[in-house]
Ligand binder design. Sequence first.
Ligand SMILES: Cc1ncc(COP(=O)(O)O)c(C=O)c1O
Length: 403
Amino acid sequence: MIPDSVRSDFPALGQQVHGHPLVYLDNAATTLKSQSVIDAINLHYQKESANVHRGVHFLSEQGTVKYEETRHTVQKFINALSEREIIFTKGTTESINLVAQCLGQQVLKEGDEILLSTMEHHSNIVPWQLVAEKTGAVIKVVPITDSGEIELEAYSQLLNEKTKIVSISYISNTLGSINPIKEMIELAHEKGALFVVDAAQAMAHIPVDVVDLDCDFLAFSAHKMFGPTGVGVLYGKESLLESMPPYQGGGAMIETVTFEKTTYNQLPEKFEAGTPHIAGVIALKDCIDYIQKVGLENIAEKEDQLLDYATQRLNMISGLKLIGTAKKKSAVISFTLEGAHPHDLGTLLDQQGIAIRTGHHCTQPLMKRFGITATARASFSFYNTKEEVDKLVDGIRKAQELL
Ligand SMILES: Cc1ncc(COP(=O)(O)O)c(C=O)c1O
């Protein structure tokens, strides 16, 4: 049970927008930030600012300890076997680009296949296209059903000895579908393919255990888990990360440099060139501590209740069509409304203080699959309430009258 008092942990929820209390239903784009995370960032810049890994002075050493504490916290949070398997990046997008560039160029040759699904975010499509262009590899796409579920039979048939990499989202940012990732990983491994999980939409909603999943790589962003933008994680199995060439060159990723030859640092520094987002990484620990304090089970329970209630109420609006009705779903609801362009609807809701997202949600191939160009999307977090669902429904009815 999550008490409503939890809302006071998120200062943004206390504000008015266009004269109405903010109803924030754009959590799949980015979550609000908890006070503990804001405090951690403030503290860093106010008193503890220093570069990490290079200094012998107090502040630098303190910063390094805190930075590495986050790595330890992430390792425990996703149950990775070693801290060396945790690479800090700018976010999911950079994590996937890193794998695509470093692993892709190493394992892919002409005619090899990369398997994605129709529901992938552009961040899990374009990096693979870039590496496919360079290597001559081919992208294959797993189809989905009308309700927005992976077609497992088709997936099994698409997997073959040419499939070298499979990269699939754990949870779709547009449909909310929770994909049967564990089963898919097992099937991929049977064919000798490596599996990358885009966990951007999973981390703040369901427990993720990389050993249990047996995924080879997993990517996520702090800003979708109540943390800062510009920070994320790439998890990779140590042996794979060991075998991959560095992503970028620069400070911290080297062991020795001469103009003739450079040798590289060990993991994880090999993949962390340059000064990182130190305050952001430090604050990521606070995000995880916060999520664990609230409890992922409690979060899932509350979000499931909100999903059920919102689905029921939205279904009663005439002309409203849900896009994505998978049996296993997280609290993301995409819909279209007869006679209303999603952007117009979004603007009218905004005037009532209700923040939703409209557009293709960086999933244009998915839009094409459903024969549409855009949806309206309400995405929930545990701090949302049934009253806010009611406001959304009333807001849509009002907008419907106006349009
Ligand atoms: C499923 C999914 N993958 C990848 C991304 C990209 O994340 P970021 O922009 O934080 O790198 C997002 C962001 O919305 C997403 O929802």
